[in-house]
Design a protein around this ligand. Structure first.
Ligand code: AMP
Length: 206
């Protein structure tokens, strides 16, 4: 099981680059933001609760978020077995510690954390454009500002947390999608990731 965290501020390109890694290496993508947006779209109880935080640019409380993540791992054992890309989780030190415990209990751990570094001004521009393009309720100027504040105060300390464990690799998140992806692969070269080429559906059959 090869577990990667793709880390960075809102708008740093985590989702885009995760998609590439999944295509090439067949890892299981867990995007907590996407998962919560699906609940909001289906108007579930969790979706309504999540929306009350997301629309303000706030984080979902740790207890709830950790429980959601554990449920995803528990209900997808075969897909998670090959390895997971955690996209948007962890966002707090408490979540990172909980993730470590969850993976440890499954005989695994975090193998690497790739941090996409993008200047603040570019993040804001990207998020405003995405808001216009996709109509995401949290990509409005006020919410963007709050999300970036939350990122700096609460999420950014994880950079130190994972650097201290020797797991953090910083990647320049500006430039073309291709060049960023190529830098990510260089940052992960020590892991000897295997391309996903062996079977029709390795996630289910492995
Ligand atoms: P994202 O798509 O990753 O930018 O997430 C969108 C929003 O979902 C965030 O601004 C948070 O409100 C919420 N969210 C996603 N992941 C987490 C998490 N790990 N902890 C708390 N809130 C989260």
């Amino acid at each position: 099981m090869m577990n990667l965290v793709i880390f960075g501020a809102p708008g740093s390109g985590k989702g885009t680059q995760s998609d590439r890694l999944i295509d090439e290496f067949g890892l299981f993508h867990i995007s907590t933001g996407e998962l919560l947006r699906n609940h909001i779209a289906q108007d579930t109880e969790l979706g309504r609760l999540a929306d009350s935080y997301i629309s303000k640019g706030h984080l979902i409380p740790d207890d709830l978020m950790i429980k959601i993540l554990e449920d995803v791992l528990d209900s997808n054992p075969y897909r998670a077995r090959r390895g997971v890309i955690f996209d948007g989780f962890p966002r707090t030190i408490a979540q990172a510690e909980a993730l470590e415990k969850m993976l440890e209990a499954r005989g695994a751990g975090i193998d690497a954390v790739v941090g996409l570094e993008v200047p603040e001004e570019e993040l804001t521009q990207r998020l405003i454009k995405r808001g216009q393009r996709e109509g995401r309720s949290d990509d409005t100027p006020e919410t963007i500002k709050e999300r970036l504040n939350v990122y700096h105060s609460t999420t950014h300390p994880l950079r130190e947390f994972y650097t201290g464990k020797g797991k953090y690799s910083s990647v320049d998140g500006t430039g073309t999608i291709e060049s960023i992806y190529s830098d990510i692969k260089k940052a992960l070269s020590h892991l000897n990731l295997q391309p996903n080429e062996h079977s029709i559906d390795p996630l289910i059959n492995s």
